[in-house]
Design a protein around this ligand. Structure first.
Ligand SMILES: [Fe+2]
Length: 199
């Protein structure tokens, strides 16, 4: 059964999101499908898989205890698999998800962690704090955050959620966050997650 294991600073963590049979089906689909670069609002993201073999929204609604409304992008609810592998360093590392419409993002881990440092980190920027107000986003600030997003010297680590298969972490899109580690080592397996965006 799904259980809430932490709820701190707007970040909520649930274990055992999917029932066992469905989890196996979803992991098999994530492991076997084609991944490609996809564009979202003009930015290309590597390692995106779009063949989602189930309807996740009732599952999320049940876990969160409220009716979840998916962000609709190009006529489809916005959820996809994401694969990170050695040598594929896609897009900015530390970032907010405010480029997506909707209030919340979610990540469901589908692969085993490569070690204890695997998961999702939350960060506070030296000058701009732990979250981005989209109303304050100027082109200059966007450029600075893009630059600083590759350099953890500009940030303080404020939270960490460890990767675990079937663990679901959800957070407001305004929070600065990153995958951990920044780069998948050569001798480690691919990192597979399913991402969700919703209100
Ligand atoms: Fe993100």
């Amino acid at each position: 059964m799904t259980s809430l294991v932490a709820h701190v600073g707007g970040v909520a963590v649930f274990d055992d999101l999917l029932p066992g049979k469905l989890l196996a089906h979803v992991r098999a689909a994530a492991e076997s499908q084609d991944y490609a670069a996809r564009e979202h609002k003009g930015i290309a993201y590597e390692g995106v898989g779009t063949e989602i073999p189930y309807d996740p929204w009732p599952v999320l609604s049940r876990a969160l205890g409220r009716q979840v409304r998916p962000v609709i992008y190009e006529g489809r609810p916005l959820t996809f698999f994401r694969r990170s592998r050695h040598g594929e360093d896609s897009t900015t590392w530390i970032h907010p998800d405010t480029g997506v419409d909707g209030e919340f993002a979610g990540v469901l881990y589908l692969s085993e962690p490569g070690g204890p440092g695997y998961g999702t980190a939350f960060w506070s920027h030296q000058e701009h704090g732990a979250q981005l107000d989209p109303a304050e986003l100027t082109p200059e600030l966007a450029a600075q955050l893009d630059r600083d997003g590759q350099d953890d010297e500009r940030w303080q680590l404020v939270g960490f959620v460890a990767q675990r298969v079937n663990r679901f972490v959800t957070y407001p899109v305004s929070l600065f966050h990153s995958r951990m580690p920044q780069r998948v080592p050569a001798d480690h397996r691919d990192r597979l997650i399913q991402a969700f965006f919703f209100d």
